[in-house]
Ligand binder design. Sequence first.
Ligand SMILES: Cc1cc2nc3c(=O)[nH]c(=O)nc-3n(C[C@H](O)[C@H](O)[C@H](O)COP(=O)(O)OP(=O)(O)OC[C@H]3O[C@@H](n4cnc5c(N)ncnc54)[C@H](O)[C@@H]3O)c2cc1C
Length: 414
Amino acid sequence: MATETPQQIEDLTNAFVDEHWDPAITVRDWWARLADARLSHPSLPEAAGGRGWSAAQARVAGQVLARRRVVGPPGGLGMLLAAPTIADHGSPEQFARWLPSILDGTEAWCQLFSEPGAGSDLAGLQCRAERDGDEWVITGQKVWTSNGHEADWGMLIARTDPDLPKHQGITYFGFPMRQPGVEVRPLTEMTGRALFNEVFIDGARVSDANIIGGRGNGWKVANTTLTHERAGIGGGHGGGFGTASPGEIMGELGQPVGDFLGRRPPISAGGVGRRVLSVLSEEAERRGRMADPVVRDALTQVHMLYRLAELTLQRQAAERRSGRSRSGLGAGVEGNLAKIGNTRLLHQTRHVAGLILGPDAALVGEEAATGGLLQELTLFSPAPSIYGGTDEIQRNVIGERGLGLPKEPSPDKA
Ligand SMILES: Cc1cc2nc3c(=O)[nH]c(=O)nc-3n(C[C@H](O)[C@H](O)[C@H](O)COP(=O)(O)OP(=O)(O)OC[C@H]3O[C@@H](n4cnc5c(N)ncnc54)[C@H](O)[C@@H]3O)c2cc1C
């Protein structure tokens, strides 16, 4: 564990901004500088291009980038999921091939896990991978693929050994998205955006060298990705004031980075942060709603849930360092707890936003109150109860793995 104090991290990040920030350089150049300084994803291990910082340490750097009003590191599923999964399971060649382009934002990733018949029961997936020389031929359908339309690579899980029990015989690939046999069709959500897609794969190819974590180990590797997805909600990378899209497809890498100042990411897995809390409070003050004790009480609950999330993260980091669990929970359920906590926070935020905005909560778009932020958050708020495993699945995992309760009855466990 890296030992830098918060003050040292602040000093180091400030010095980096003083030396390197220039709104006239391109997004590509800015992100290259962040990656060279190991500030894109500092909680990755050093060998993977990070600094081995804890989430809390990485958050300090992100807060400095936000305070200095400079654009943050690339976002997206490459940073959130692919990079830590490759760091945990990849080979040295895979580190060299994939990590630099994730950290400098030149390639974007998506997650090809869910299928029409395999969501909560992910291990029931049907997508097939058949060996052909040094390659695998992939056939199947994926769905709810966030950012699939802008991705260069997919974290693909497919069945390589159909005769084995369902949790075995699954293999995890780094799958090239831009090739014949891959069709990405957008699905529009009720936010009005098309964040996710259906992906039809018909005879597309992937090299054997792109297997991450070994043939037949896909279930284990996928669980690493899911753990990062759940824990990433309160995670430490990111930060900054403004964002751009990673990868060539969205066409933003060549534009001046200063053009992206203040551009907020769509409400997404990152959930709700301090910024939303201050937007809620300012809007309540502006509308004279702070005088209403119901509004004050509901706002206090948002604040408490946010503090609870922060303290839980700190406690978990301390438990990891000491190797002792004060909560009495079995290991490995921190991410599940973090995800449920974030979902509750988002739902409470939606409730308060409605109380404060009243009928204005029905107006969407940039010209609406709060620039449409609270409305977008409201429309997006059902999603975190579903993605990365539904609330019910998180509770099952906490019950079974964390509390040692008997397993749910199910046909495969009978
Ligand atoms: C915004 C968003 C983005 C997403 N992005 C991606 C992505 O990028 N890549 C990707 O692969 N997937 C993605 N997903 C898909 C997501 O992971 C699945 O929707 C999720 O795992 C649930 O699967 P399902 O939709 O098939 O629902 P089902 O599994 O059919 O579940 C239906 C209902 O049954 C309940 N249920 C099922 N099994 C149990 C059980 N054992 N015990 C108790 N209750 C149970 C569930 O909780 C749920 O309420 C995304 C979803 C959303 C909403």
